[in-house]
Write a protein that binds this ligand. Structure first.
Ligand code: PHB
Ligand code: FE
Length: 336
């Protein structure tokens, strides 16, 4: 039996308007936030209304990565139900398309959007739904609460761009090491990381072409978590170190092989089949461990204390199509 219309406001407290957040549409998906949750709605393939609910803090942390990374490589799953798939010129938003139970029940939906359209909706949603004092890139212990009615915003935090080295880090005109120059403090989790820099003795005339820096000291000052920076780019080989604490707020379904090198501390990974979501492996990584994530898996990391991770990506724009055609492998090595 339907409740009388006026019961709604009695039982749910404030109305959406009073809470102060905007609602959004993307194709046939609807997005609404209240004090604790993001609600995503759609019509199933056979026309029935369905909805999905996520904790708003987790939702904003996932949305922040998707926006800042330009939809990343392959799939960004916010949780086992919703997420995006990057086709580089367009992006899918999907609910249940990589969840075997929902897919076999026929209640999933996937729609494709031009990159600009989905980016604009996501950017506006992230800005409107992020309250003053909450930084979706920060570790949960280092930021305020995402909950409650709308309180201001945090535009500076949600529009910070991924750090990209223009040239070899530390050389003239490279901007990355400015983080150090700005004097960002060493994170509490890395108080024991030595801050001394390597000695350099370039031959006369090569002073502006030879450089070395202490990567551990650089990373120890990172203000964000789960945000790989492009620290070296050699053709399509991207070295992307990052500092991690709490959990990667997305399950990444890569469209190519990706390597992890655990530089310090510990990360536990859940790996699952990227199409069905069926669990595949638990990978416990300790300092010095390396792992390769095959292109058919999705993965989510858990870092009990702040740790340093080097993510190594092959950024070739052709690789995804080579894998689709069977010309490149989905795994890093094939054993006969
Ligand atoms: C990944 O999905 O591979 C990933 C993303 C962000 C990180 C680390 C790993 O900080
Ligand atoms: Fe990944």
């Amino acid at each position: 039996m339907n409740a009388p219309a006026d019961i709604k406001n009695v039982t749910s407290g404030a109305s959406d308007q009073e809470r102060g957040y905007r609602s959004f549409r993307l194709g046939s998906f609807g997005f609404r936030r209240d004090e604790y949750f993001a609600h995503i709605t759609w019509k199933t393939r056979d026309g029935r209304p369905l909805s999905h609910t996520m904790d708003i803090g987790h939702y904003l942390q996932a949305l922040m990565r998707d926006v800042a990374w330009g939809f990343f490589y392959g799939g960004v799953n916010f949780d086992p139900v919703i997420g995006t798939v990057n086709h580089y010129k367009s992006v899918d938003f999907q609910a249940g398309a990589f969840n075997e139970t929902m897919k076999s029940a026929g209640v999933d939906l996937l729609e494709n959007f031009p990159v600009d359209e989905i980016r604009e909706v996501f950017e506006s949603m992230l800005d409107d739904w992020t309250n003053e004092g909450f930084d979706p890139f920060a570790a949960p212990q280092e930021t305020g609460s995402p909950y409650g009615r709308k309180r201001g915003n945090n535009t500076a935090a949600v529009t910070r761009a991924r750090e990209l080295a223009d040239r070899c880090v530390g050389l003239k005109d490279d901007l990355l090491l400015r983080t150090d120059e700005r004097g960002s403090p060493v994170n509490r989790g890395f108080a024991d990381v030595p801050q001394d820099e390597p000695e350099l003795h370039p031959e006369p005339g090569f002073e502006t072409e030879v450089h070395a820096f202490n990567l551990f000291a650089f990373l120890s000052r990172s203000q964000v978590t789960w945000n790989p920076s492009f620290t070296s780019v050699v053709k399509y080989s991207y070295m992307c170190p990052t500092t991690e604490e709490h959990m990667l707020p997305i399950m990444h379904a890569n469209d190519r092989v990706e390597w992890f090198f655990q530089l310090s501390d510990e990360i536990h990974w859940d790996c699952a089949d990227k199409r069905s979501g069926k669990p595949l492996a638990r990978v416990i990584m300790k300092p010095g461990d390396m792992a390769a994530m095959p292109a058919y898996c999705r993965h989510q990391g858990f870092s009990p204390k702040r740790s340093m991770l080097l993510v190594w990506e092959n950024g070739s724009p052709n690789l995804v199509y080579e894998i689709q055609k069977g010309d490149a492998p989905e795994v890093p090595v094939q054993f006969d």
